[in-house]
Ligand binder design. Sequence first.
Ligand SMILES: *[C@@H]1O[C@H](CO)[C@@H](O)[C@H](O)[C@H]1NC(C)=O
Ligand SMILES: *[C@@H]1O[C@H](CO)[C@@H](O)[C@H](O)[C@H]1NC(C)=O
Ligand SMILES: *[C@@H]1O[C@H](CO)[C@@H](O)[C@H](O)[C@H]1NC(C)=O
Length: 612
Amino acid sequence: MFLNKKISRILFYALAALFLLPIYFIFKDENDETSSTSNSVFNMMPMSMRDNSFNEKNMKEDPFVLVDLVFESCTSFAFFESCSDNINNIYKELIEITGDDKIIQSLQVNKIEKDLYARTSYFTSLYSYEIKLSFDIASRSSIPAIDKFYIFNNEEYENERDESAKGLNKNFGKSKKLPFEIFVEADGVTDLSTLKSMGYIYAGYGLWYKKSTSYRDSLSSVNFFFGIGFSRYTSGWSLVNPYPLMINVKNKIPMGFRINFNDYRKKDLHKYDKEVFVYFKRQRRPSIPQVKLTTDDHGKFKIVQLADLHLSTGYGKCLDPFPPLDYPIKNCLADELTLDFVANVLVLEKPDLVVLTGDQIYGEESFDSETALLKILNLIIRFRIPYALVFGNHDDELASMSRQQLMDMVEKLPYSVSHSGPEDVSGVGNYEVVVEDVNGNNSIIIYMLDSHARAPGKAVGYDWFKDDQKEFISNLSNAHADTPNAIKLAFFHIPLFEYRNIDKSEKGSYQGTHRESVTSSNINSGMFHVLKSAGVRLVSVGHDHCNDFCFTNEDVHLCYGGGAGFGGYAGYPGFYRTIRVFSINTSNGHISTWKRLSIDPHNIVDPFTYLN
Ligand SMILES: *[C@@H]1O[C@H](CO)[C@@H](O)[C@H](O)[C@H]1NC(C)=O
Ligand SMILES: *[C@@H]1O[C@H](CO)[C@@H](O)[C@H](O)[C@H]1NC(C)=O
Ligand SMILES: *[C@@H]1O[C@H](CO)[C@@H](O)[C@H](O)[C@H]1NC(C)=O
């Protein structure tokens, strides 16, 4: 019974995809590519830093076009399991009827691994599937491809959903009518009948799509991000329109872009954390710019270190706000504050490289890791600044994506110089970043390492660097024997055992503040001496949010970035969220460092220069 309904619905879509005559409608297309609200930090950026690389010149073709999008809910009880995931097979069987081998071979059914119910239901999840064909096959066989999405979530939607999605998603929304009405007036659509007369087909949950065989503007992928906080920075993905799907909104008014950030202090916006917004990519889109890191003509290079951003899906809950808030903490939007702080510092510093030293994602608050991580990466991409990232203990803890999945995603993003590193080296994200001088010689070598998470088994505390990681650094160091003068740095998340050697009693032996104990591994991995023999002059880490000092141990400078995220703990007296900056003069070998604090980002704090 259930399967029959499912098959008939999918059959309907497959037939629509394959045989329905395309309906041509060409109308203005200005709204759907906009990607930031008017009050975003984006508007503060100097023009030169805005991402205007999205022009025809840089367009590249994606080999696939989207021919269908299907929602599938999936229920699991102890004795009953409907999570079939066999959409793939059903599509294949249907297309086999057509007898066209080329179509069958080119068909891709891609499950988007995001529970659109956002873990709000114990037994039921909702997934979406992209059905794709290669552009060549689709165009040769005149199979229409999706070139428009539309979200129309007024009250009529509920009835429509019941009609076209019978048998599926039964657990959603008991009430037939939603207690509100939203008219989206764009593309001349003011009501449902207009939308239908334009040839839109209902996909479910307020989402409509339209196909054509012109392929000029075909879409190649769809994605879902949670909470409007994400929508402020969406480079790479375009928002369909500023209204959420009718999922996780139940009896509340979905907020969409109508949130007024100026009076968030008076409201608890966290109840909108799980709203689902639809994004897409077109088949023709900008190619990813090649990144090459070089010092400037004077041999200078500047790095901003972002430590412990602790971003969430949704707006992010504030932890240990300081200075104390003059409004309820439940109204505080951690990620908004974090991103504002970072954007301010990037505008002020204009660094050549951003290094993210782990705990970008607060795993247990991130039912969709991609939403959390792209918040910060999209911001950096908008500034067109290359970035290198490693993971901390929270990035994949109780989160929706593993370290490897996260790195696979990051490696493909614009301006990323991050890598998974060799498979036979422990962890994900052991790699080097090389900065050249104007002659093309290596002038700065940066080692990025995975310092892992909790210690394995019964061991107390945090994990330690493994022998293969030490060998990896030694190997890289040997490979650079011909450039002994390059300045070498290392970044990772958890401090080395040697950070415990800081002597608080000796004034002037360190800069910054030592507020909490050093939570390195209890086992000394020996990595300090490997880095030292490799010629590393400075190491900087995160992890202990409220330590923000630098000191020198056996001629190696050991620094903390200081926690930057408002969603991370900060409960030690007097700690403002902190971002550390390094400025390297390769002409004389000096490394200068200073901090900027959230309380007044315009001020430089604890500046210090390490001479050669
Ligand atoms: C750097 O590059 C220049 C020009 O290619 C070359 O002459 C010089 O020897 C290089 N310096 C080092 C230290 O390798
Ligand atoms: C280091 O180099 C040696 C010799 O080339 C090689 O056998 C070994 O696999 C390398 N180790 C790592 C961890 O890269
Ligand atoms: C960098 O070092 C060179 C060589 O000593 C010096 O002339 C230059 O002033 C330094 N740049 C800065 C910004 O300190």
